[in-house]
Design a protein around this ligand. Structure first.
Ligand SMILES: [Zn+2]
Length: 238
């Protein structure tokens, strides 16, 4: 089991990595369930992911209540994270991002599907959540627990949902898994869009998806990916 210090480090690294890999820009965020209290999570104060430091990390209850706010501004969309952790005890880390690559798949009815082995973990049926279905005309942001829970319901027992005209939410058993899946969701989206321009892509079969997902999350693969991402993002010492 990770310590709070390790979880804090992972959340900082994850923010820097997702910025380096262009999954996030000034917006987007990463959370980890509190290692000592499953009813809480940790997250940065409201800040662009690429400049987040350990001192920015704060604690929240799953309902989004801030533990020790002082004068710090918090993310308006923190409800995405708590609601998904509330619904899914197996999910201990959540990434929310606005990757441009996934947007077309959320607005056209063209499903995003695993097209390469490293994209298998997005699963065979990635749902698209549309905030308008139950909340009408909004500014598209997830601003309360009702909206967060509705989104979590769309995620179901998978690990990804696209958010129409907005971005995506990605869950993982660990911060590393949520980061890997976020990066390769974007890779899959870019390659699928390219392949569709050339013709009808051959997608991974359900059997391939299952086997590739197991390999993707194996220690051998996950350790190697994390070490590489950390080096690229130059997180050592943060
Ligand atoms: Zn957002």
């Amino acid at each position: 089991m990770a310590t709070l210090e390790e979880s804090t480090r992972d959340v900082v690294y994850a923010n820097r990595i997702l910025d380096m890999e262009n999954v996030v820009d000034a917006f987007g965020h990463v959370t980890c369930r509190h290692p000592d209290d499953p009813e809480k999570f940790i997250m940065s104060r409201s800040r662009a992911p690429g400049i987040i430091e350990r001192s920015d990390i704060m604690e929240f209850r799953l309902g989004g209540e801030v533990i020790d706010q002082r004068d710090r501004v918090v993310y308006g969309e923190r409800f995405i994270h708590g609601a998904l952790m509330e619904a899914r005890p197996d999910i201990n880390a959540v990434v929310h991002h606005h990757s441009h690559a996934v947007i077309p798949f959320g607005v056209t009815g063209v499903p995003i599907r695993p097209i390469l082995h490293m994209g298998a973990a997005i699963g065979p049926d990635v749902p698209v959540w549309d905030i308008r279905d139950n909340f009408g005309g909004t500014d598209m942001l997830v601003r309360n627990m009702d909206q967060g829970r509705d989104l979590a319901k769309a995620v179901g027992d998978g690990n990804v949902a696209l958010m129409r005209g907005h971005g995506a939410v990605v869950g993982g058993r660990t911060v590393r898994e949520a980061v890997m899946l976020s990066v390769y969701l974007q890779v899959n989206a870019n390659l699928q869009a390219e392949a569709m321009k050339m013709g009808n892509p051959t997608y991974l079969s359900d059997e391939e998806i299952e086997k590739c997902t197991e390999t993707f999350y194996s220690d051998l693969s996950a350790d190697r990916v994390w070490e590489y991402f950390c080096a690229r993002a130059q997180v050592e010492g943060l």
